[in-house]
Design a binder for this molecule. Sequence first.
Ligand code: SF4
Ligand code: SF4
Length: 687
Amino acid sequence: MRKIFDFHGGIHPPENKHQSVQRPIAFAGVPPELTIPLSQHIGAPAVPVVEVGQRVFKGQVIAQPKGLVSVPVHASSSGTVTAIEDRLVPHISGHSAPCIVIATDGKDEWLPDIGDSATPDFEHIDKPELLERIRAAGIAGMGGAGFPSAVKLAVKPGVQIETLILNGTECEPYITADDVLMRERAAQIIGGARILRHIINPQETLLGIEDNKPEALAAMRAAVADTDLQVVEFPTKYPSGGEKQLIEILTGKQVPSGGLPSDVGIVCQNMGSAAAIYDAIVLGRPLISRITTVTGDAVREPRNFEVLIGTPMRYLLQQAGYEAGKNNRLIMGGPMMGFTVPDHAVPVVKTTNCLLAPTEAELPTPPPAQACIRCGLCAQACPASLLPQQMFWFAQGKEFDKLEEHNLFDCIECGACSYVCPSNIPLVQYYRASKAEILKLRRDHEKSEHSRLRFEARQERLERAEREKEEKRAARKQAAEAKAREASSAGSGEQDPIAAAIERAKAKKAAQSAGEDSSSELEKLEKAVVSTRKRLDTALAKLREAKDQGADHIDALQAGVDKTQAKLRAAEEALNAYQLANASTNGQNDAGAEQPTSDDSAPSAAQAAIERALAAREAEAALPPQERARANLEKLQQRLASSRAKLAQSRDAGEAEKVIEALESSVERLTEKIAAAKQQLQDLESA
Ligand code: SF4
Ligand code: SF4
């Protein structure tokens, strides 16, 4: 005899199960319309893969899972998709959610290839493939929260599962869906249990059933007779069906706060899930229906129905002889953990184990809550060993940190505390609301954290782009400067030295002019005439030389000469005008009159250099053509040597590519010029 353990707390409410077990399971039929929610499980909602107007078959996938914790959704009967929209769904908050609506055609026609994947000898299929088939069949825990079974069965690598538990407890008053399933479909459940054993390879498999289900116990014992599966009977107490409580009853192990059963080497599955796994693997059929108890004094024929997922509750109630006038409220689930259904049009989903339609006498509206008298009964009843009274205070004050410190999330919402509370305080409702608020705050925090990270990433991206732009701008500027230097360098290499000297002299003169307050206007005008005259001489010399060489830029040089001549005339006229004006005002011999000075009388170093350069140019021009060509070649060769040295320097200094390119181009041009100069010299010599 296996040792049975007990858990802390618990209660014994009236069971009221006998009403619905008098009749066998009946097929509820095909309603005219099915409303199938895309999310009937914990995790991401499935994504529709059908369109409005499309005909669908029974068992056809109409929405695919999104993400790992998600399962597909199948059409429960054949018909036409008439809408994909938000509809009211069974949820404690009474909210709407996306659904696929199918107008059934009454043919209840299976998808033609349904059953093709049926594999009675599943032992030959590897475990990942079996898990994928379970997921593809849309199986999510049918006894509670709707956790995808494939995810629950995919235990972490290296974790050894000692015990597989099939939960046949069904401790809530009124609900008998698993009870009748075990009575009528024990072989199907055991078939599912064998598949589960094959997947997780436990050392033992236990089927936990309360002693208030003698028929179910008998049926399951008969079904496991030739196997090593064990049916374990234990005393009825609410809420023995809680996963952690059942684990403690059967093994004495306690799942740590916030932990999973696999942390203590256990996997738990619901009886309905085991049957659905059998259908999926052995028969190749997806989960499109479930057993639902319809009970309460407001239905004439309480019983269990096999109900197509998506069947409106109104339709199902009619099958059980619903008397609306007697019913004070419709509850999905049992009286302890269920919630009031806001509208009878909401559909049956994979987790709808019971529709309870009580009368007022049967399940009176709770009286108004009174003040807590600190009796401590709630703590005595709590199966999770929590402190419901303290949690109530924290929930009222919205002290969420304290609630979490008091392990609010270990509360299984069994309602035992509310049940025993003499002050009729709906304690469990406070906990549910607090959990929802905390989860919302967490989601909001995650969202804002996500937004913050996105904002920071965007800022960083913008700053990086700005930096890169700035770097490019600086590189462009550097390149432009280098180009200018190169142009200047190349220009100074190629520019007429006389012209360059004149420019330098002009600049120096301009600087002197700006700084010499004592310079007279007359002096400036005289200097302008002299310097312009010299520029004209230079331009004329260039023009002569170009003409001698038959160069192709004679027109440009001629234009320069014309321009300089015009400037000279203007400068001379300005000087004459000034002298005339002074003569008429002061008289030419008045004392103190400004005496003209001449550049010739005090030539500057620059002007002396200009003079030397002019003399050199004149001397060069006087040379015979052959000598002049040789002198030109020598100058070009010197400039080439200088340009090459600059190029080498720039390369060593790692200057910008554009600078290097400009210098390379200068070297190329000079090389070409040298080749031309050599050719010219050769021609002259040969002539
Ligand atoms: S059972 Fe009710 S009255 Fe008693 S301590 Fe708990 S909350 Fe207060
Ligand atoms: S509802 Fe939560 S706090 Fe109340 S008895 Fe159940 S587990 Fe304990």
